[in-house]
Design a protein around this ligand. Structure first.
Ligand code: SF4
Length: 281
């Protein structure tokens, strides 16, 4: 997959933000160049990210998605969804249609089940209801959505509650991902990164709720040995089995105890940045 960061600004200031280019000044956004980059990429999946991509303007986003779709690329738009409510409905409808045409999806970062937690995580108060409106609009127009919950020290206990929340608020949502926080950027600290074991029972509970309610659930950045019977939901397994290259190989490593582990051939091991903080699992 190829990552296109089309804008370097964001309207949030998340506690776990790891993007060093955020709020960089004097960066030009050349959408024709982004389009060429997408078209000529060897990768089939193009992730359109930022900062917050909707700050680049929904029409620019639409042109880029159309260009990539014409070149047979699958699109993932990574967004916090808070600005979608301000997009003219006719443009939003076309954008969803174009993403669907590419067989792509919207990856919405929503890492809280209530407004108070959302304020703590995103660094912006009273933005939670805007995100809910955004997700509902996407669903209304038929978008495929993955809700991504970044699991960090502030919100790991709320992971099961998040599943209940998503079921209640977004009846059309079919796909959730629990992604353990990367110990990078602002999150290179135990204050943000919990121990795997501390968070894992809540992730397991969330996964079991998804299973019971027939929602597709994926788990990323937490080793298989921490996931009990839900180890099979770890997204690295598919990449390893299909022998795909990617960040899972660069960012994770096996440690001594992995050598005796039954999962060693289908697990990438813990993240290197996690080991920087904790030294072991
Ligand atoms: S290979 Fe290592 S990190 Fe992965 S499940 Fe086994 S012990 Fe855990």
């Amino acid at each position: 997959m190829a990552l296109l960061r089309i804008i370097h600004k964001c309207n949030q200031d998340c506690v776990f933000c790891s993007y060093p280019g955020k709020n960089a000044r004097n960066k030009k956004h050349d959408f024709n160049a982004y389009c060429r980059e997408a078209a000529h990429s060897k990768d089939n999946l193009i992730q359109i990210s930022g900062g917050e991509p909707f700050l680049a303007g929904a029409v620019n986003l639409l042109k880029l998605v159309l260009c990539a779709a014409k070149n047979n690329k699958k699109i993932e738009i990574q967004t916090n969804a808070s600005l979608i409510k301000d997009v003219p409905l006719s443009v939003l409808k076309k954008l969803v249609k174009a993403v669907n045409l590419s067989q792509g999806y919207f990856n919405v970062n929503l890492s809280a089940a209530d407004s108070v937690m959302d304020g703590k995580i995103s660094g912006v108060r009273n933005i939670f209801s805007d995100k809910i409106k955004g997700v509902k609009l996407l669903l209304k127009f038929g978008a495929d959505i993955r809700l991504t919950y970044i699991v960090c020290r502030l919100n790991y206990r709320q992971a099961p509650e998040f599943v209940e929340f998503a079921l209640k608020k977004f009846p059309g949502v079919k796909w959730l991902q629990f992604s353990f926080v990367k110990a990078m950027g602002k999150a290179l600290t135990k204050k943000i990164v919990p121990k795997y074991l501390t968070a894992s029972k809540y992730i397991i509970k969330a996964a079991s709720l998804c299973e019971r309610n027939k929602i597709k659930c994926e788990i990323d950045h937490i080793p298989l040995c921490m996931l009990g019977a839900y180890y099979r939901l770890n997204v690295d397994i598919g990449k390893i089995v299909l022998n795909k290259g990617g960040l899972h190989r660069k960012e994770k490593t096996h440690i001594q105890r992995c050598l005796k582990c039954k999962y060693v051939n289908i697990c990438s091991g813990p993240r290197k940045d996690y080991l920087k903080i904790y030294g072991d699992l």
